[in-house]
Design a protein around this ligand. Structure first.
Ligand code: GKR
Ligand code: MG
Length: 414
């Protein structure tokens, strides 16, 4: 094995970037979103980038894995997975498939970035080749406050009713050109969210629409909403919780159901398929074990006749680049991908130029690897934010309760 491909170290930098007060079924986004940036360095000094979660438990796991990476080839992805599985005793129940996927993905993406740099090929080529030149994303709308408590309103303003939601959609579509729309629901009683979807349909007659209440509804409510929005939504995402619960709704729903909550690891696929729980799976390489494994998820979805879409969490440009390569190389990923990028683009760690929305799509980067470069100054600033912001784990419910002590956690709510 040459020193070009042997791993010397993994540098893990936790960061925090500004996040607006986006509302969801659990509460509201805190002023800072946590993430971490990984830089995988080979013995010859080739660096691969990755972006992953920033909560303390995940950071501790990455730190524990780090010494086991030394000397491993950047091509040895199977060995990497086995090492992580053994270290965290996956077989004995020490770590769930989901958490193992999170750990593996953090390193795997950086390995693929190095592989691409060594081969002078984009990551999409390593995943089987791009079947599309650019990847469509959806306008990801959120109910939101005008600004964080005690702060000035942000440039997006409030969105707390159908008019506010339509105004937010108009701004986002004017800025980025998105051709599909997703509304994060589970925030207001369902009739208000149905009204918001109808308002979006009227304002944007040709845009496919989705609604995602993150399991805020009971079986009965899920069916009521599905019937009310039959013919209006392209899919309904996670109306209720669990594979059996989703299966009971799916059995009667006129709308296809999608999930990024009850099918989040490979061992969830057999029961979900057996029970007919969902029609669309939202892949996310950050927890499905990385880009190669999520590409395999695409093949499995195809095998079982399931549609495939893509989930997102608050993220920056390294993730956006990875998502774009993956979506470009997954033929059956035919829905516009979710992205939170418009909510955080101002703090991106990636040097400008590589990722630009064109008519709601990101042209697939053609440079070697992920095709993006890290801005070290921004990274240092975001790391400083992490050190000073005091947050170590996302807590939408705790933040909402500090603002509104009457907020009741626990789902389903309606
Ligand atoms: O950012 O509030 C949010 C979303 O609710 C996110 O946490 C979800 O994971 O976007 C996600 C989803 O589709 O469920
Ligand atoms: Mg979702």
């Amino acid at each position: 094995m040459t020193t070009r491909m042997r791993i010397k170290d993994l540098v893990i930098t936790p960061i925090a970037f500004r996040d607006p007060p986006l509302l969801n079924a659990d509460g509201v986004h805190e002023p800072w979103a946590l993430r971490s940036i990984v830089q995988l360095v080979t013995e010859d000094g080739v660096t691969g980038l990755g972006e992953t979660f920033g909560d303390t438990l995940h950071l501790e796991r990455l730190a524990a894995l780090r010494p086991h990476l030394t000397g491993l080839s950047v091509y040895a992805l199977g060995e990497l997975y086995e090492k992580a599985a053994t270290l965290f005793d996956h077989a004995g129940g020490g770590i769930s498939s989901f958490d193992l996927g999170r750990v593996h993905a953090a390193v795997e993406v950086a390995c693929l970035d190095v592989q691409g740099k060594l081969a002078d090929r984009p990551v999409s080529d390593l995943l089987g080749g791009a079947v599309r030149d650019s990847v469509p994303y959806s306008a990801y709308l959120f109910y939101k406050w005008a600004g964080h408590p005690d702060a000035e309103p942000d440039e997006w303003g409030a969105a707390l009713d159908p008019e506010g939601v339509v105004a937010q959609a108009r701004r986002m579509i004017d800025l980025y050109g998105f051709g599909s729309i997703k509304l994060k629901g589970g925030v207001f009683p369902p009739d208000q969210e149905i009204a918001a979807i109808h308002a979006l349909r009227e304002a944007f007659p040709d845009h496919p629409l989705r609604l995602d209440p993150n399991t805020a509804w009971t079986h009965e409510t899920s069916l009521e909403v599905a019937r009310a929005l039959d013919g209006v939504l392209e899919y309904l995402e996670d109306p209720t919780g669990g594979i059996p619960g989703m299966a009971r709704v799916a059995a009667e729903s006129p709308l296809p159901l999608a999930t990024n909550m009850c099918v989040v690891a490979f061992d969830h696929i057999p029961p979900a398929v057996a029970q007919g729980a969902v029609q669309v799976v939202l892949g996310d390489h950050h927890y499905w074990g990385g880009l190669t494994r999520t590409r395999h998820l695409g093949t499995l979805c195809d095998t079982f006749g399931l549609g495939m879409s893509m989930h997102s969490n608050s993220h920056l440009g390294i993730s956006l680049a990875a998502m774009t390569h993956l979506a470009a190389a997954t033929p059956n990923l035919r829905y516009a991908c979710d992205t939170h990028y418009p909510w955080s683009a101002q703090d991106d760690v990636v040097r400008p130029g590589a990722l630009t929305f064109v008519d709601g799509t990101i042209p697939v980067p053609t440079g070697p690897g992920l095709g993006v470069e890290l801005d070290e100054d921004v990274l240092a600033r975001l790391h400083e934010n992490y050190l000073t912001c005091g947050l170590r784990k996302r807590d939408d419910t705790g933040y909402m309760r500090r603002v509104n002590p009457d907020f009741k956690a626990g789902l389903p709510r309606w």
